[in-house]
Design a protein around this ligand. Sequence first.
Ligand SMILES: [Ca+2]
Length: 469
Amino acid sequence: MLLIFLKRATFLVLLMAFYARSHAAPSHTNIVLIFIDDMGYGDIGPFGNKLNQTPHLNRMAKEGLKLTDFYVSNTACTPSRAALMTGTYAHRIGMDGRVVFPGEDRGLHPDEITIAELLKKEGYATGCFGKWHLGDQKEFLPLSQGFDEYFGIPYSNDMWPGNKRGNPVTNRAPYTPLPVIHQDKAVAYVSDGQDQALLCEVITKKAVSFIRKNRKNPFFCYVPHAYVHSPRYARPDILKRAAGNVNRANVEEIDDSVGQILDTLRQLDIQDHTLVIFTSDNGGAGGMSMGQLRGGKGGPKYEGHMRVPTLTWWPGTIPAGKVNSEIATTIDLFPSLAKLAGTGIPVDRTIDGKNVLDLLLGKPGTKSPHKSLYYEVDGIRRDNWKLVMGKRRKPELYNLIADIGEKNDLADRHPDIVDELKSMLDAHAEQIVEDTRPAAFVEQAVPIISRPGNLPRLREYMNPSGKQK
Ligand SMILES: [Ca+2]
Protein backbone atom coordinates (compact mmCIF):
# COMPACT_ATOMS: atom_id res chain seq x y z
CA MET A 1 0.00 0.00 0.00
CA LEU A 2 2.73 2.37 1.02
CA LEU A 3 4.66 1.42 -2.10
CA ILE A 4 1.69 2.25 -4.30
CA PHE A 5 1.29 5.58 -2.51
CA LEU A 6 4.96 6.35 -2.97
CA LYS A 7 4.77 5.47 -6.63
CA ARG A 8 1.74 7.67 -7.04
CA ALA A 9 3.41 10.47 -5.15
CA THR A 10 6.52 10.13 -7.28
CA PHE A 11 4.39 10.13 -10.39
CA LEU A 12 2.59 13.24 -9.19
CA VAL A 13 5.85 15.00 -8.37
CA LEU A 14 7.21 14.08 -11.78
CA LEU A 15 4.03 15.24 -13.44
CA MET A 16 4.15 18.52 -11.56
CA ALA A 17 7.83 18.95 -12.36
CA PHE A 18 7.10 18.30 -16.03
CA TYR A 19 4.24 20.75 -15.98
CA ALA A 20 6.32 23.38 -14.22
CA ARG A 21 9.12 22.85 -16.70
CA SER A 22 6.95 22.95 -19.75
CA HIS A 23 5.13 25.92 -18.32
CA ALA A 24 8.19 27.88 -17.27
CA ALA A 25 10.58 26.96 -20.04
CA PRO A 26 8.98 26.77 -23.48
CA SER A 27 10.93 24.70 -25.97
CA HIS A 28 11.68 27.78 -28.01
CA THR A 29 13.73 30.69 -26.79
CA ASN A 30 12.59 34.16 -27.78
CA ILE A 31 15.15 36.22 -29.66
CA VAL A 32 15.54 39.99 -29.62
CA LEU A 33 18.20 41.31 -32.00
CA ILE A 34 18.99 45.01 -31.56
CA PHE A 35 21.05 46.31 -34.47
CA ILE A 36 22.22 49.92 -34.17
CA ASP A 37 23.12 51.96 -37.23
CA ASP A 38 26.63 53.47 -37.38
CA MET A 39 27.40 53.13 -33.65
CA GLY A 40 31.13 52.90 -32.92
CA TYR A 41 33.03 50.42 -30.78
CA GLY A 42 33.64 53.01 -28.06
CA ASP A 43 30.22 54.66 -27.87
CA ILE A 44 28.75 52.92 -24.82
CA GLY A 45 29.75 52.53 -21.19
CA PRO A 46 30.61 48.81 -21.32
CA PHE A 47 33.11 49.57 -24.09
CA GLY A 48 34.76 52.40 -22.20
CA ASN A 49 32.77 55.52 -23.04
CA LYS A 50 32.79 57.98 -20.16
CA LEU A 51 30.75 60.78 -21.71
CA ASN A 52 27.63 58.99 -22.94
CA GLN A 53 25.45 57.85 -20.06
CA THR A 54 24.27 54.32 -20.82
CA PRO A 55 22.98 52.86 -17.54
CA HIS A 56 20.78 50.24 -19.23
CA LEU A 57 23.55 48.92 -21.44
CA ASN A 58 25.86 48.97 -18.42
CA ARG A 59 23.35 46.82 -16.57
CA MET A 60 22.90 44.56 -19.60
CA ALA A 61 26.69 43.99 -19.65
CA LYS A 62 26.75 43.41 -15.90
CA GLU A 63 24.00 40.81 -16.16
CA GLY A 64 25.20 39.37 -19.46
CA LEU A 65 28.21 38.88 -21.71
CA LYS A 66 30.46 41.39 -23.43
CA LEU A 67 31.98 40.26 -26.74
CA THR A 68 35.14 42.26 -27.40
CA ASP A 69 36.01 40.68 -30.77
CA PHE A 70 32.67 40.65 -32.53
CA TYR A 71 32.68 41.92 -36.12
CA VAL A 72 30.32 42.91 -38.86
CA SER A 73 31.03 41.17 -42.14
CA ASN A 74 30.53 44.27 -44.24
CA THR A 75 30.77 47.96 -43.59
CA ALA A 76 27.75 49.71 -45.04
CA CYS A 77 24.09 49.53 -44.10
CA THR A 78 22.76 47.44 -46.99
CA PRO A 79 25.52 44.82 -47.29
CA SER A 80 25.82 44.52 -43.52
CA ARG A 81 22.08 43.82 -43.20
CA ALA A 82 22.08 41.42 -46.16
CA ALA A 83 24.87 39.42 -44.52
CA LEU A 84 23.18 39.50 -41.11
CA MET A 85 19.84 38.29 -42.46
CA THR A 86 21.31 35.46 -44.59
CA GLY A 87 24.50 34.38 -42.81
CA THR A 88 26.27 34.93 -46.12
CA TYR A 89 28.86 37.45 -47.33
CA ALA A 90 27.12 40.31 -49.09
CA HIS A 91 29.59 39.92 -51.97
CA ARG A 92 28.30 36.42 -52.54
CA ILE A 93 24.66 37.46 -52.88
CA GLY A 94 24.98 40.58 -55.00
CA MET A 95 24.40 42.99 -52.12
CA ASP A 96 27.90 44.40 -51.72
CA GLY A 97 29.20 47.77 -52.83
CA ARG A 98 26.81 50.63 -52.65
CA VAL A 99 23.67 50.68 -50.54
CA VAL A 100 20.19 50.43 -52.05
CA PHE A 101 18.63 53.82 -52.80
CA PRO A 102 14.94 54.79 -52.73
CA GLY A 103 13.05 53.64 -55.78
CA GLU A 104 15.93 51.42 -56.90
CA ASP A 105 15.17 48.23 -58.81
CA ARG A 106 17.58 46.07 -56.70
CA GLY A 107 16.93 44.17 -53.48
CA LEU A 108 17.83 41.09 -51.46
CA HIS A 109 16.75 38.17 -53.62
CA PRO A 110 13.45 36.67 -52.39
CA ASP A 111 15.03 33.21 -52.86
CA GLU A 112 17.55 34.01 -50.13
CA ILE A 113 16.51 32.50 -46.82
CA THR A 114 16.55 34.98 -43.96
CA ILE A 115 16.79 34.37 -40.22
CA ALA A 116 13.12 35.38 -40.03
CA GLU A 117 12.13 32.68 -42.54
CA LEU A 118 14.06 30.01 -40.63
CA LEU A 119 12.45 30.99 -37.33
CA LYS A 120 8.97 31.43 -38.76
CA LYS A 121 9.14 27.84 -39.98
CA GLU A 122 9.77 26.85 -36.36
CA GLY A 123 6.61 28.61 -35.20
CA TYR A 124 8.12 31.94 -34.21
CA ALA A 125 6.19 35.18 -34.56
CA THR A 126 8.55 37.46 -36.47
CA GLY A 127 8.69 41.24 -36.33
CA CYS A 128 11.04 43.87 -37.76
CA PHE A 129 11.00 47.36 -36.26
CA GLY A 130 13.33 49.95 -37.72
CA LYS A 131 15.41 50.52 -40.81
CA TRP A 132 15.24 47.72 -43.35
CA HIS A 133 17.44 48.84 -46.25
CA LEU A 134 17.39 45.67 -48.34
CA GLY A 135 15.27 47.15 -51.12
CA ASP A 136 12.18 49.36 -50.94
CA GLN A 137 10.11 47.67 -53.64
CA LYS A 138 7.20 45.65 -52.29
CA GLU A 139 8.90 42.39 -53.34
CA PHE A 140 11.87 43.21 -51.13
CA LEU A 141 10.27 44.58 -47.96
CA PRO A 142 10.30 42.57 -44.69
CA LEU A 143 6.89 40.95 -45.24
CA SER A 144 8.39 39.28 -48.31
CA GLN A 145 11.40 38.07 -46.32
CA GLY A 146 9.77 36.13 -43.49
CA PHE A 147 8.50 38.86 -41.18
CA ASP A 148 4.88 38.82 -40.01
CA GLU A 149 5.09 42.43 -38.94
CA TYR A 150 7.05 45.45 -40.03
CA PHE A 151 7.16 49.04 -38.88
CA GLY A 152 9.89 51.48 -39.75
CA ILE A 153 11.73 53.35 -42.47
CA PRO A 154 12.65 51.37 -45.58
CA TYR A 155 16.12 52.92 -46.00
CA SER A 156 18.44 55.46 -44.36
CA ASN A 157 17.09 58.58 -42.70
CA ASP A 158 19.39 60.80 -44.80
CA MET A 159 17.61 59.67 -48.00
CA TRP A 160 15.05 62.41 -47.69
CA PRO A 161 14.42 65.89 -49.08
CA GLY A 162 16.59 67.39 -46.31
CA ASN A 163 19.54 65.86 -48.18
CA LYS A 164 20.04 68.31 -51.00
CA ARG A 165 22.42 66.10 -52.93
CA GLY A 166 19.53 64.16 -54.36
CA ASN A 167 19.11 60.52 -55.20
CA PRO A 168 22.12 59.28 -57.22
CA VAL A 169 20.14 56.36 -58.64
CA THR A 170 17.00 58.06 -59.87
CA ASN A 171 18.76 61.43 -60.39
CA ARG A 172 15.86 62.98 -58.54
CA ALA A 173 16.81 66.03 -56.55
CA PRO A 174 15.78 66.35 -53.90
CA TYR A 175 14.82 62.89 -52.68
CA THR A 176 11.21 61.78 -52.50
CA PRO A 177 9.62 62.08 -49.00
CA LEU A 178 10.90 59.58 -46.41
CA PRO A 179 8.02 57.19 -45.69
CA VAL A 180 7.25 55.43 -42.43
CA ILE A 181 5.98 51.97 -43.31
CA HIS A 182 3.56 49.73 -41.47
CA GLN A 183 3.52 46.24 -43.00
CA ASP A 184 4.10 47.21 -46.64
CA LYS A 185 2.28 50.55 -46.83
CA ALA A 186 3.28 54.11 -45.95
CA VAL A 187 1.34 55.35 -42.91
CA ALA A 188 3.27 58.56 -42.25
CA TYR A 189 6.35 60.44 -43.41
CA VAL A 190 9.35 62.07 -41.80
CA SER A 191 8.91 65.71 -42.69
CA ASP A 192 11.65 67.46 -40.73
CA GLY A 193 14.05 67.27 -37.80
CA GLN A 194 11.20 67.20 -35.30
CA ASP A 195 9.99 63.96 -36.88
CA GLN A 196 13.53 62.57 -37.15
CA ALA A 197 13.79 63.10 -33.38
CA LEU A 198 10.94 60.60 -32.88
CA LEU A 199 12.41 57.68 -34.82
CA CYS A 200 14.02 55.93 -31.86
CA GLU A 201 10.91 56.35 -29.72
CA VAL A 202 8.43 55.06 -32.28
CA ILE A 203 10.55 52.05 -33.21
CA THR A 204 10.93 51.14 -29.53
CA LYS A 205 7.18 51.48 -28.91
CA LYS A 206 6.34 49.18 -31.80
CA ALA A 207 8.95 46.60 -30.75
CA VAL A 208 7.71 46.63 -27.15
CA SER A 209 4.11 46.20 -28.22
CA PHE A 210 5.09 43.25 -30.47
CA ILE A 211 6.87 41.61 -27.51
CA ARG A 212 3.83 42.14 -25.27
CA LYS A 213 1.48 40.75 -27.88
CA ASN A 214 3.60 37.64 -28.42
CA ARG A 215 4.66 36.99 -24.84
CA LYS A 216 2.98 33.57 -24.84
CA ASN A 217 4.53 32.25 -28.03
CA PRO A 218 8.11 32.25 -29.27
CA PHE A 219 9.06 35.43 -31.08
CA PHE A 220 11.89 36.93 -33.06
CA CYS A 221 11.98 40.68 -32.58
CA TYR A 222 14.52 42.33 -34.90
CA VAL A 223 15.14 45.98 -34.01
CA PRO A 224 17.40 47.65 -36.60
CA HIS A 225 17.28 51.16 -35.14
CA ALA A 226 17.53 54.13 -37.50
CA TYR A 227 19.74 55.86 -34.90
CA VAL A 228 22.63 56.86 -34.72
CA HIS A 229 22.83 57.34 -38.49
CA SER A 230 22.99 60.98 -39.64
CA PRO A 231 21.25 63.36 -39.73
CA ARG A 232 20.97 63.34 -35.95
CA TYR A 233 18.17 65.12 -34.15
CA ALA A 234 16.85 64.75 -30.62
CA ARG A 235 13.80 65.85 -28.67
CA PRO A 236 14.46 68.88 -26.44
CA ASP A 237 14.35 66.91 -23.16
CA ILE A 238 16.76 64.26 -24.45
CA LEU A 239 19.06 66.92 -25.89
CA LYS A 240 19.04 68.83 -22.62
CA ARG A 241 19.92 65.69 -20.67
CA ALA A 242 22.89 65.23 -23.03
CA ALA A 243 24.11 68.81 -22.40
CA GLY A 244 23.17 69.84 -25.93
CA ASN A 245 25.36 67.20 -27.61
CA VAL A 246 23.17 65.53 -30.23
CA ASN A 247 25.55 62.61 -30.81
CA ARG A 248 25.46 61.84 -27.11
CA ALA A 249 21.68 62.36 -27.07
CA ASN A 250 21.20 59.74 -29.79
CA VAL A 251 23.39 57.16 -28.03
CA GLU A 252 21.56 57.82 -24.77
CA GLU A 253 18.19 57.41 -26.42
CA ILE A 254 19.34 54.07 -27.80
CA ASP A 255 20.22 53.19 -24.22
CA ASP A 256 16.71 54.21 -23.12
CA SER A 257 15.32 51.95 -25.83
CA VAL A 258 17.35 48.96 -24.63
CA GLY A 259 16.17 49.69 -21.09
CA GLN A 260 12.53 49.68 -22.18
CA ILE A 261 12.94 46.41 -24.06
CA LEU A 262 14.72 44.63 -21.18
CA ASP A 263 12.24 46.05 -18.64
CA THR A 264 9.37 44.73 -20.76
CA LEU A 265 10.90 41.25 -20.77
CA ARG A 266 11.32 41.42 -16.97
CA GLN A 267 7.77 42.69 -16.43
CA LEU A 268 6.37 39.89 -18.57
CA ASP A 269 8.62 37.46 -16.69
CA ILE A 270 9.96 35.99 -19.92
CA GLN A 271 13.57 37.05 -19.40
CA ASP A 272 14.59 33.49 -18.53
CA HIS A 273 13.72 32.25 -22.01
CA THR A 274 14.69 35.24 -24.10
CA LEU A 275 18.08 35.87 -25.70
CA VAL A 276 18.85 39.54 -26.37
CA ILE A 277 21.71 40.53 -28.65
CA PHE A 278 22.89 44.13 -28.95
CA THR A 279 25.30 45.16 -31.72
CA SER A 280 25.91 47.68 -34.51
CA ASP A 281 25.85 47.44 -38.31
CA ASN A 282 29.27 48.95 -39.04
CA GLY A 283 31.93 51.18 -37.54
CA GLY A 284 30.95 54.52 -36.06
CA ALA A 285 30.19 57.36 -38.44
CA GLY A 286 31.36 60.97 -37.90
CA GLY A 287 30.86 62.15 -34.31
CA MET A 288 30.87 58.60 -32.90
CA SER A 289 33.66 57.02 -30.86
CA MET A 290 35.74 53.98 -31.78
CA GLY A 291 37.57 54.01 -28.44
CA GLN A 292 41.12 52.78 -28.94
CA LEU A 293 40.44 51.41 -32.40
CA ARG A 294 41.72 52.96 -35.60
CA GLY A 295 39.31 53.99 -38.35
CA GLY A 296 35.55 54.24 -38.45
CA LYS A 297 32.78 54.00 -41.00
CA GLY A 298 34.37 54.33 -44.44
CA GLY A 299 38.00 53.94 -45.45
CA PRO A 300 40.35 50.94 -45.12
CA LYS A 301 39.28 48.05 -42.96
CA TYR A 302 40.96 48.92 -39.71
CA GLU A 303 39.38 47.50 -36.57
CA GLY A 304 37.20 50.58 -35.96
CA HIS A 305 35.59 49.95 -39.29
CA MET A 306 34.28 46.49 -38.52
CA ARG A 307 34.56 45.64 -34.84
CA VAL A 308 31.32 46.53 -33.10
CA PRO A 309 30.19 46.88 -29.47
CA THR A 310 28.31 43.67 -28.74
CA LEU A 311 26.45 42.34 -25.71
CA THR A 312 24.35 39.23 -25.14
CA TRP A 313 21.87 38.81 -22.29
CA TRP A 314 19.79 35.88 -21.09
CA PRO A 315 19.46 35.80 -17.31
CA GLY A 316 19.95 32.35 -15.85
CA THR A 317 21.58 30.98 -19.00
CA ILE A 318 24.32 33.47 -19.91
CA PRO A 319 26.67 33.87 -16.94
CA ALA A 320 26.56 37.43 -15.60
CA GLY A 321 29.32 39.95 -16.10
CA LYS A 322 31.64 37.88 -18.26
CA VAL A 323 33.84 39.04 -21.15
CA ASN A 324 34.66 36.94 -24.18
CA SER A 325 37.40 37.79 -26.69
CA GLU A 326 36.90 35.01 -29.20
CA ILE A 327 36.23 36.01 -32.81
CA ALA A 328 32.63 35.99 -33.99
CA THR A 329 30.75 37.92 -36.65
CA THR A 330 27.25 38.96 -37.64
CA ILE A 331 27.09 36.24 -40.31
CA ASP A 332 27.34 33.70 -37.50
CA LEU A 333 24.00 34.75 -36.06
CA PHE A 334 22.06 32.97 -38.83
CA PRO A 335 23.39 29.45 -38.06
CA SER A 336 23.62 30.17 -34.32
CA LEU A 337 20.02 31.30 -33.98
CA ALA A 338 18.92 28.39 -36.18
CA LYS A 339 20.68 26.08 -33.73
CA LEU A 340 19.00 27.80 -30.80
CA ALA A 341 15.60 27.29 -32.42
CA GLY A 342 16.42 23.64 -33.07
CA THR A 343 16.48 23.90 -36.83
CA GLY A 344 19.10 23.47 -39.52
CA ILE A 345 20.42 25.86 -42.11
CA PRO A 346 19.95 25.49 -45.88
CA VAL A 347 22.25 22.93 -47.48
CA ASP A 348 21.52 23.80 -51.11
CA ARG A 349 23.71 26.92 -51.05
CA THR A 350 26.83 28.31 -49.44
CA ILE A 351 26.23 29.81 -46.00
CA ASP A 352 29.39 31.51 -44.76
CA GLY A 353 28.54 31.97 -41.09
CA LYS A 354 29.42 29.41 -38.44
CA ASN A 355 27.51 28.28 -35.40
CA VAL A 356 28.84 30.30 -32.44
CA LEU A 357 25.85 29.72 -30.14
CA ASP A 358 27.94 28.47 -27.22
CA LEU A 359 30.16 31.50 -27.56
CA LEU A 360 27.16 33.87 -27.57
CA LEU A 361 25.81 32.10 -24.50
CA GLY A 362 29.11 32.46 -22.66
CA LYS A 363 29.75 28.75 -22.17
CA PRO A 364 33.14 28.55 -20.46
CA GLY A 365 36.05 27.41 -22.59
CA THR A 366 34.27 27.86 -25.93
CA LYS A 367 36.66 28.60 -28.78
CA SER A 368 35.81 30.45 -31.96
CA PRO A 369 35.31 28.21 -34.99
CA HIS A 370 36.96 30.93 -37.11
CA LYS A 371 40.53 30.04 -38.00
CA SER A 372 40.62 33.30 -39.90
CA LEU A 373 38.36 36.31 -40.23
CA TYR A 374 37.90 38.29 -43.44
CA TYR A 375 37.30 42.02 -43.57
CA GLU A 376 35.26 41.88 -46.77
CA VAL A 377 37.95 41.24 -49.41
CA ASP A 378 40.28 43.88 -48.00
CA GLY A 379 41.76 42.29 -44.92
CA ILE A 380 42.25 39.12 -42.93
CA ARG A 381 42.85 38.31 -39.28
CA ARG A 382 44.42 35.06 -38.14
CA ASP A 383 44.83 34.81 -34.38
CA ASN A 384 46.39 38.15 -33.54
CA TRP A 385 47.90 38.90 -36.94
CA LYS A 386 45.92 41.27 -39.09
CA LEU A 387 46.70 42.07 -42.69
CA VAL A 388 44.81 44.98 -44.19
CA MET A 389 45.05 46.55 -47.61
CA GLY A 390 45.96 50.16 -46.91
CA LYS A 391 46.45 53.13 -49.20
CA ARG A 392 46.90 52.18 -52.87
CA ARG A 393 46.24 48.62 -51.69
CA LYS A 394 49.61 48.24 -50.06
CA PRO A 395 49.39 45.43 -47.48
CA GLU A 396 49.87 46.49 -43.87
CA LEU A 397 50.46 44.04 -41.04
CA TYR A 398 49.55 44.51 -37.38
CA ASN A 399 49.77 42.48 -34.23
CA LEU A 400 46.42 43.16 -32.61
CA ILE A 401 47.43 41.97 -29.16
CA ALA A 402 50.40 44.30 -28.91
CA ASP A 403 48.88 47.06 -31.03
CA ILE A 404 45.08 47.22 -30.92
CA GLY A 405 45.19 50.73 -32.44
CA GLU A 406 47.01 49.47 -35.59
CA LYS A 407 49.72 52.11 -35.35
CA ASN A 408 52.79 49.99 -35.97
CA ASP A 409 52.87 48.44 -39.45
CA LEU A 410 55.08 45.33 -39.26
CA ALA A 411 54.77 44.32 -42.93
CA ASP A 412 58.46 44.98 -43.68
CA ARG A 413 59.56 42.93 -40.67
CA HIS A 414 57.45 39.86 -41.44
CA PRO A 415 57.26 39.45 -45.24
CA ASP A 416 56.57 35.73 -44.82
CA ILE A 417 53.42 36.36 -42.76
CA VAL A 418 52.34 39.05 -45.22
CA ASP A 419 52.71 36.63 -48.13
CA GLU A 420 50.82 33.88 -46.37
CA LEU A 421 47.92 36.06 -45.26
CA LYS A 422 47.76 37.84 -48.61
CA SER A 423 47.48 34.55 -50.48
CA MET A 424 44.70 33.43 -48.09
CA LEU A 425 42.88 36.72 -48.70
CA ASP A 426 43.25 36.39 -52.48
CA ALA A 427 41.98 32.82 -52.38
CA HIS A 428 38.99 33.96 -50.32
CA ALA A 429 38.14 36.72 -52.81
CA GLU A 430 38.45 34.30 -55.74
CA GLN A 431 36.29 31.69 -54.04
CA ILE A 432 33.48 34.22 -53.59
CA VAL A 433 33.60 35.21 -57.26
CA GLU A 434 33.32 31.54 -58.23
CA ASP A 435 30.24 30.94 -56.09
CA THR A 436 27.86 33.87 -56.22
CA ARG A 437 24.11 34.27 -56.24
CA PRO A 438 22.49 37.35 -57.75
CA ALA A 439 20.48 40.11 -56.13
CA ALA A 440 16.95 40.46 -57.47
CA PHE A 441 15.75 43.22 -59.78
CA VAL A 442 12.23 44.40 -60.54
CA GLU A 443 11.20 45.64 -63.97
CA GLN A 444 9.60 48.91 -62.97
CA ALA A 445 10.96 50.38 -59.77
CA VAL A 446 8.95 53.18 -58.19
CA PRO A 447 9.43 55.21 -55.01
CA ILE A 448 7.11 54.18 -52.17
CA ILE A 449 5.66 57.67 -52.08
CA SER A 450 6.42 60.47 -54.52
CA ARG A 451 4.69 63.15 -52.43
CA PRO A 452 3.27 63.26 -48.90
CA GLY A 453 -0.37 63.51 -50.11
CA ASN A 454 -2.67 62.98 -47.17
CA LEU A 455 -0.11 61.13 -45.07
CA PRO A 456 0.39 62.51 -41.56
CA ARG A 457 3.80 63.65 -40.41
CA LEU A 458 5.34 61.17 -38.02
CA ARG A 459 4.55 63.41 -35.02
CA GLU A 460 0.90 63.57 -36.06
CA TYR A 461 0.79 59.82 -36.57
CA MET A 462 2.16 59.28 -33.07
CA ASN A 463 -0.05 61.88 -31.47
CA PRO A 464 -3.17 62.10 -33.62
CA SER A 465 -5.16 64.23 -31.17
CA GLY A 466 -2.48 66.90 -31.51
CA LYS A 467 -2.28 67.37 -27.76
CA GLN A 468 1.07 68.51 -26.47
CA LYS A 469 2.72 65.85 -24.34
CA1 LIG B 1 25.24 51.79 -41.11
